[in-house]
Write a protein that binds this ligand. Structure first.
Ligand SMILES: Cc1cc2nc3c(=O)[nH]c(=O)nc-3n(C[C@H](O)[C@H](O)[C@H](O)COP(=O)(O)OP(=O)(O)OC[C@H]3O[C@@H](n4cnc5c(N)ncnc54)[C@H](O)[C@@H]3O)c2cc1C
Length: 479
């Protein structure tokens, strides 16, 4: 019977896994996860994702073993690891789902070449996106505007998700290292209080959201305190959940309901999944976007923020309650609501004039849902240096955002407890509260909670001035 190695990477699940499905239908499956030096370095910059990976692997190992199959863990260069397994079990083929990050694409191309040259049958599949990320517009160029991409994406066929296949493993034990030997963090701060990584939890999270939150998503997704978004991003980032499964399930619910609000909400949710798709398309076409602005004149942007300000931002001590709440939520839970991400990111880049790449790096470090394509797209969008980006001169006002999306200050009070006793009227701008109210709330500005580290009006003016210095520059090489 045919023996196929299935190389798991960011597709840590059994359902809707095309490489696994194909291998299982053809014969015996040997699931392998490889921890190379490149992985170790990549995950060193991404602590929360490394924690997520550890627990996802544990779950995958359990799920595979309940299906009678051993997950083989190998350390070292991929080629050596694969050849070692191949020799132990007599496999002639290796299947895997593609990754799309620039470094991963290079790596995969190298390995496919090496394995093919020794006569192995190598097959790759698309399993992590709705469709293959190579859509071009009528001019044969990458899409640069989301609305056109969305319309075109709706015409693409999204393959039906695959069920969990019946698995048959090899009889003999294959040498494998323990997941615990990989040096991944098993406990990290308070993350375990908030998350259960892995395929099962991802499926439960989807069911929970589909049942209620999705049906009010359009109206409620921006209500920060309520947190009505799906919270599926870390599961999608690690491949515990499948975008295609969620897409088809959401469409089915949409067809079954007659409620207009539900229809609008489901469409708004599907649009977010399409943003993820759009982000991956961008990354494929503009692989340097992880650290270089797509609008080249931003290379000359006069960034003047200081390391001290960067640290205050990371610690959630800027004196802007909404920004601080978001940054502390991130530290505590590895997550931040999308609306607050936009405000906190904009604050770093425009109020503090700190390069977006620094913000990217901190999010990469702290987010459980860190995803190269989404993070790069998010930061370039906020900065105004990406494609289909918010114009630079549109500067988020953190106070207005706070009043609009956290009117009672419940979110702020949850994450900035030193402001918990401040009346809602002053929660967005504690420095406007009269002294007696501050005293009653137990707040001493400058001691228990900081004054704003920059004045909003001054920072806004300064940001616009900085932008003026690059505005007229040639956009040669742009996109
Ligand atoms: C500066 C910045 C950095 C970001 N970094 C990341 C990141 O590293 N990883 C990440 O997954 N998302 C990132 N996002 C996008 C977005 O904030 C998160 O996807 C969202 O908050 C996750 O919460 P959710 O699963 O409840 O989303 P929902 O609102 O329920 O959306 C469903 C899914 O759609 C996708 N999605 C939603 N919004 C976006 C978006 N704007 N761009 C691309 N895909 C989207 C996600 O996979 C998400 O799980 C970033 C946004 C900004 C502004």
């Amino acid at each position: 019977m045919k023996r196929t190695i299935v190389w798991f990477r960011k597709d840590l699940r059994l359902h809707d896994n095309p490489a696994l499905w194909e291998a299982a239908n053809e014969g015996i499956v040997i699931p392998v996860f490889i921890w190379s030096e490149e992985d170790r370095l990549a995950y060193a910059a991404s602590e929360a994702s490394a924690w997520w990976l550890y627990h996802s692997l544990k779950q995958l190992e359990t799920d595979l073993s309940q299906n009678g199959v051993q997950l083989i863990i190998k350390q070292g260069p991929e080629f050596d690891a694969i050849v070692d397994v191949m020799e132990q079990v007599g496999a002639e083929s290796i299947y895997f789902n593609e990754r799309y990050e620039p470094t991963e694409r290079d790596r995969q191309m190298r390995i496919v070449g090496q394995l093919s040259s020794i006569g192995m049958d190598v097959r790759t599949f698309h399993g992590n996106l709705l469709f293959s990320p190579e859509l071009l517009n009528k001019q044969g160029e990458p899409y640069k505007v989301f609305t056109s991409f969305w319309k075109r994406g709706l015409q693409e066929v999204v393959d039906r998700p695959l069920p969990i296949p019946e698995l048959q493993g090899v009889e003999n034990d294959i040498s494998s290292v323990a997941i615990d030997a990989l040096g991944l963090p098993t406990d990290l701060g308070t993350l375990q209080k908030y998350w259960q990584p892995g395929e099962r939890a991802g499926t439960e999270q989807w069911a929970f959201f589909a049942d209620d939150g999705m049906l009010h998503y359009k109206k409620e997704r921006d209500l920060i305190a309520k947190g009505t978004s799906s919270r599926l991003s870390p599961y999608l980032a690690a491949g515990n959940s499948s975008a295609r499964t969620i897409w088809h399930a959401a469409k089915r619910i949409n067809e079954e309901t007659r409620d207009v609000t539900a229809h609008q909400s489901i469409e708004a949710f599907l649009k977010q999944l399409m943003w993820r798709e759009f982000a991956y398309h961008q990354l494929i076409h503009f692989p340097t976007m992880t650290d270089q602005p797509l609008r080249k004149q931003f290379n000359d942007f006069p960034w003047i923020g200081t390391p001290e300000q960067y640290n205050l931002w990371k610690e959630g001590k800027t004196g802007y309650p909404l920004v601080d709440a978001g940054m502390r939520e991130l530290r505590e839970t590895g997550m931040m609501h999308n609306r607050v991400r936009m405000v906190a990111a904009s604050f770093l880049v425009k109020h503090l004039l700190i390069p977006w790449q620094e913000g990217y790096a901190w999010f990469q470090h702290a987010l459980v849902d860190f995803d190269t394509a989404n993070n790069a797209t998010g930061w370039q969008w906020v900065t105004g240096c990406g494609i289909d980006a918010a114009p630079y001169f549109r500067i988020f006002n953190p106070y207005l955002q706070s009043e609009k999306f956290d009117p009672n200050g419940s979110y702020i009070k949850q994450w900035v407890p030193e402001l918990a006793n401040l009346p809602a009227k002053y929660i967005h701008k504690p420095f406007e509260a009269p002294e007696d109210i501050l005293q009653e709330a137990g707040i001493q500005l400058g001691e228990t909670y900081p004054y704003p580290i920059v004045d909003h009006a001054t920072a806004r003016k300064r940001a616009l001035h900085a932008y003026d210095t690059i505005k007229g520059r040639s956009e040669e090489n742009r996109l």
